[in-house]
Design a protein around this ligand. Structure first.
Ligand SMILES: [Cu+2]
Length: 164
């Protein structure tokens, strides 16, 4: 009987491990709460790093500021690879969206402060860590970069640019 149930468990495990859905489930269980719904943004969409037309480095600072290493001179249609480093000692986030989207995101973060993102428009970056996000800015628009970790946005951790 014991032998029999073991065999069944092994079978279930084997099929579960080969399923991509299981891999995602396992990932979110590990991250506690993963925000992985596909959020449509009005200011663009995630893109492939290999298609990038520009690379911009950004540092996240505990002074609640973003430090862009080059001018955010972005035109509609540009695909920008953002290389984001957390230079601080606390977690920060780098999120791309419209002002309205960032406001909604901020409200959500107040409900779930430990939310970890993987929706393509937001990355959570730990101290001394560098992560990348490639984004296609699709049209002339006002885009807001924000860290929506509670208190950070309010302390000034956001930056608005105009896409030409
Ligand atoms: Cu922050």
């Amino acid at each position: 009987m014991l032998h029999h149930s073991k065999a069944i468990t092994a079978l279930i495990l084997a099929s579960a491990l080969s399923s991509p859905a299981f891999a995602m489930e396992g990932h979110s269980a590990h991250d506690h709460s993963t925000h992985n719904h596909t959020m449509m943004s009005t200011v663009g969409k995630p893109s492939d790093a290999s298609k990038a037309t520009k690379t911009i480095k950004v540092d996240l600072l505990d002074s609640m500021k973003f430090e862009f290493h080059s001018k955010m001179n972005i035109k509609a249609g540009d695909i920008v690879r953002l290389v984001v480093t957390n230079k601080g000692v606390i977690d920060h986030e780098f999120s791309i969206g419209s002002e309205k989207e960032q406001k909604a995101h901020l409200e959500m973060m107040k409900q779930m402060p430990n939310m970890v993102h993987s929706d393509g428009s937001t990355i959570t970056v730990k101290p001394n860590e560098t992560k990348e996000l490639t984004w296609k800015f699709t049209k002339r628009d006002t885009v807001m970069f924000a860290c929506n970790i509670p208190e950070h946005f309010e302390a000034g951790m956001h930056h608005t640019i105009v896409i030409k």
